[in-house]
Design a protein around this ligand. Structure first.
Ligand code: AMP
Length: 274
């Protein structure tokens, strides 16, 4: 495995396919599952580790986001990654960047809660795609809206690559793995699995009955009450239609339950597709 910090040093073999996994580091099994899939499906696997400042809001955790390149490199190597791309902020943003703005799918949910977040994501992903030039790029369903934003950008800007969305890797108690889980206190960690429990409860009810609008709203409120009683501050807990993540008028072909909630200083997101 080699580690590259300069764009100019990235390999571009003409006769070998490239699988690419963009990350911000602080790697866990969820990231490693993306890398394993990339390893199975490509000749060369490139992983970027870059804590992207443009996708963090002013009062978010950019400064305290966990960084440990040595540990991350060992984990990536253990699943057969060929190249780690770990650029500096200056390497990616040598001057004020041209911004990629994806419309519509960025408006609600994370887009509303974190103004500018998806401009930062779309901009860095577009730049990384042009730097790495992958045949396939791997993203986690854990960040469902991000997947839909990247999908829309790839289609609208004609990126010549295939997107692969990989299902969410969870702890045994259902909590979605996240680099931010390490911020949780023992007490917060103990209640955190309720997020997934309430998502699956609602998905179970909505997926097996034909609930009226009033019944849907009733179940959503029941879950929100449960989460609040356990100490969560709920940003949103909603039933949406894919691919646009619009709030549902009625249960349709492909729906998802989505949630963002804060426990103390930690903001967690999760989703279940049904
Ligand atoms: P991050 O470093 O948090 O930006 O995540 C890098 C990639 O890993 C993104 O495509 C995430 O959606 C994905 N990812 C994060 N957590 C998980 C998880 N628990 N299961 C699967 N993929 C994940």
């Amino acid at each position: 495995m080699t580690t590259v910090t300069r764009v100019a040093d990235l390999p571009h073999p003409t006769d070998r396919s490239i699988g690419f996994v963009p990350t911000m580091g602080a790697l866990h099994q969820g990231h490693l599952d993306l890398m394993r899939r990339a390893r199975e499906e490509n000749d060369l696997v490139v992983v970027s580790i870059f804590v992207n400042p443009t996708q963090f809001g002013k009062n978010e955790d950019f400064g305290r986001y966990p960084r440990d390149l040595e540990r991350d490199s060992a984990l990536a190597e253990s699943v057969g990654v060929d190249v780690i791309f770990a650029p500096s902020v200056e390497e990616i943003y040598p001057r004020t960047p041209t911004i990629v703005h994806v419309p519509e799918v960025t408006e609600l949910w994370e887009g509303a809660a974190r103004p500018g977040h998806f401009d930062g994501v779309a901009t860095v992903v577009a730049k990384l795609f042009n730097m790495v030039r992958p045949d396939r790029a791997y993203f986690g369903q854990k960040d469902l809206q991000q997947c839909q934003v990247v999908r829309r950008m790839v289609a609208d800007l004609n990126f010549p690559l295939e997107l692969k969305i990989i299902s969410t890797t969870r702890e045994p108690d259902g909590l979605a793995m996240s680099s931010r889980n390490i911020y949780l206190s023992e007490e917060e960690r103990a209640v955190a699995p309720s997020l997934h429990a309430e998502l699956t409860r609602c998905a179970g009810v909505f997926g097996t009955t034909s609930p009226s609008r009033t019944e849907v709203d009733g179940e959503l409120h029941r879950s929100i009450d449960t989460l609040q009683s356990k100490g969560f501050v709920v940003d949103y807990f909603a039933c949406v239609a894919l691919p646009d993540l619009r709030p549902i008028e009625q249960i349709g072909e492909q729906n998802a339950m989505i949630v963002a909630a804060r426990l103390g200083r930690t903001r967690l997101i999760d989703n279940v597709i049904f």
